[in-house]
Design a protein around this ligand. Structure first.
Ligand code: ADP
Ligand code: MG
Length: 222
């Protein structure tokens, strides 16, 4: 599904270059459940942004389903993101004035799905994460764990094959974290490919594979 071949990433600041990723070589197959671990500043989010087509490698190649990401224009990149990737963030990124249902319907707006069908698909996705009784609620009246479940439903609604999660349990108590991990496990068993960033051991241990980043390089894989 995904292949990174010697991917490096540098950022340029006033008069010097910081190399944040160094020759990352990584293959992610359909059905994988991969945890990316490492201390703060080791390059996890930068790697995630590249995998999520939100940023481009400075050097090296990135293939997603045999598409060379470097060759896509901005429209094709947005389309790839929308159709192939569901994003989950530490702080949920829900729109506060929209209900849970409306938040989950959003990614389908770009796909040109009719409103009626958007509602059906969004309520199915919310049921998948056990929130069928919270659809009309605004994010402000939901707990952290419930907000994250809404965000997961939003990542599921397009039926994208890959879920990318950046510290999905980082803002949650341990009980809510366990529920989120159980949802990821179940989704993976149903065939969803999952890549999650975490620096929590228990979360990493739920994945089938782990890579450890240090100073922008993969120093351990298991
Ligand atoms: P992590 O997610 O593991 O904490 P990041 O990928 O966010 O690490 O950052 C890795 C390193 O890259 C850090 O030293 C950070 O300061 C630097 N960095 C990240 N993004 C930028 C940027 N846009 N410009 C300059 N430096 C950056
Ligand atoms: Mg980060």
């Amino acid at each position: 599904m995904i292949q990174l071949i010697d991917v490096s990433k540098s950022f340029f600041q006033v008069n010097h270059e910081i190399q944040v990723l160094k020759k990352i070589h990584l293959t992610i197959n359909k059905g994988d459940y991969l945890a990316i671990t490492g201390v703060s500043g080791s390059g996890k989010s930068t790697l995630m942004n590249i995998i999520g087509c939100l940023d481009q490698a400075s050097l090296g190649d990135y293939y997603f389903n045999d598409l060379n990401i470097r060759e896509l224009d901005d429209n094709q990149l947005s389309e790839t993101r929308n159709q192939l990737i569901g994003f989950v963030f530490q702080h949920f990124h829900l729109l506060p004035r929209l209900t849970a249902l409306e938040n989950v319907m959003l990614p389908l707006v770009y796909g040109g799905v009719s409103e009626k069908h958007r509602k059906v698909l969004a309520s199915e996705a919310l049921s998948q994460v056990g929130l069928e009784d919270r659809m009309a609620f605004l994010p402000t009246v939901l707990s952290g764990g419930q907000k994250q479940r809404v965000a997961i439903a939003r990542a599921l609604v397009t039926k994208a094959p890959l879920i990318l999660a950046d510290e999905p349990t980082g803002a949650l108590d341990s009980k809510s974290s366990e529920l989120i991990m159980a949802i990821f496990q179940e989704l993976n068993q149903q065939g969803k490919t999952i890549v999650t960033i975490t620096h929590e051991k228990e979360v990493a241990n739920c994945a089938k594979r782990q890579i450890l980043l240090k100073d922008g390089a993969i120093i351990e894989e298991r």
